[in-house]
Ligand binder design. Structure first.
Ligand code: BTN
Length: 273
């Protein structure tokens, strides 16, 4: 289900291509998922840097096959196609895209405190304001493409989220008390994603690790990790390591390195968003 749109935030595809200095911007009023559309374009040979933006998603996707609430005109739903020659450590892509998202929001809204909850959540005032879904396709051990999908709650009102999300989510408008421009936010995201994610590093250097640890919302917070095999581990967040894993220390002092799994944290009402 796709409906092409003539303008988004008052600008046409051609105007946005000129504004953002790129060859391929695709605008949709309604799409199932901008990530799905970007993957289809990638399979059809679209160039690196292709952007897909929708005003509404009928099947927006989050991590672990969760749904991403994507009402018309309220959020920023954007996917970007990258074609890196190599991805030595795929775990770092969502982390770096999350960092890029935090950088973009912080540069547009400098007075807003932003955090990142490992691996991919943008946190504002202890609520989730956005998330990243990085999807890769591989051919013969090399990446054929990577799609970075970013969803940010922008214009939703405080009571505009459906019930399970109401206490967990926040929009940038509510957090700042003013109307935030989706157009400006998208422009900053595009340059930050490319600057931060390309070329994808094998490990986080000291500068990136320091920046991510400075934004780490789980730091010193009680949390419960559920690993993919169902094992649970409770402890306190102790930052990230250079390979991108989350460090969690339990009451007995044992330190676990978390590479995958779900992390529910004290103070975030529902982790399932
Ligand atoms: C998460 O927090 O689990 C990630 C959410 C990612 C949502 C964005 S919205 C644009 C792109 N299209 C999708 O279907 N998902 C991502």
């Amino acid at each position: 289900m796709t409906t092409k749109i003539v303008t988004w935030e008052g600008a046409s595809e051609t105007e946005l291509e000129r504004l953002w200095n790129r060859s391929s911007v695709h605008l949709f009023s309604l799409v199932d998922s901008t990530n799905t559309r970007a993957r289809e374009l990638a399979e059809a040979g679209a160039p690196a840097g292709t952007i897909v933006i929708a005003d509404e998603q009928s099947a927006g996707r989050g991590l672990a096959a969760r749904r991403w609430h994507s009402p018309r005109g309220e959020g920023l739903y954007l996917s970007m196609l990258l074609r890196p020659r190599a991805v030595a450590n795929p775990l770092l892509l969502p982390l770096l895209a999350g960092l890029a998202t935090a950088r973009a929001v912080a540069s547009l809204l400098p007075s807003l405190p932003v955090g990142v909850k490992w691996p991919n959540d943008l946190i504002v005032r202890d609520r989730k304001a956005g998330g990243v879904l990085a999807e890769s396709s591989w051919a013969g051990g090399a990446p054929s493409y990577v799609v970075i999908g970013i969803g940010i709650n922008v214009h939703q009102q405080a009571n505009g989220f459906p019930d399970p999300l109401r206490k967990a989510a926040v929009s940038l408008d509510v957090a700042t008390g003013r109307r935030v421009s989706r157009l400006q936010l998208a422009g900053r995201l595009l340059s930050e994603v490319e600057a931060t994610c390309l070329p994808p590093p094998a490990k986080l250097n000291d500068q990136l690790l320091g920046e991510l640890n400075g934004l780490d919302w789980l730091r010193d917070r009680g949390c419960r990790v559920v690993f993919p095999d169902g094992e649970a581990f409770e402890g306190v967040g102790k930052g990230l390591a250079a390979d991108g894993c989350l460090l969690v220390r339990n009451a007995e002092g044992s330190l676990r390195r978390v590479y995958s799994g779900r992390v529910a944290a004290e103070g975030l009402v529902t982790p399932d968003y």
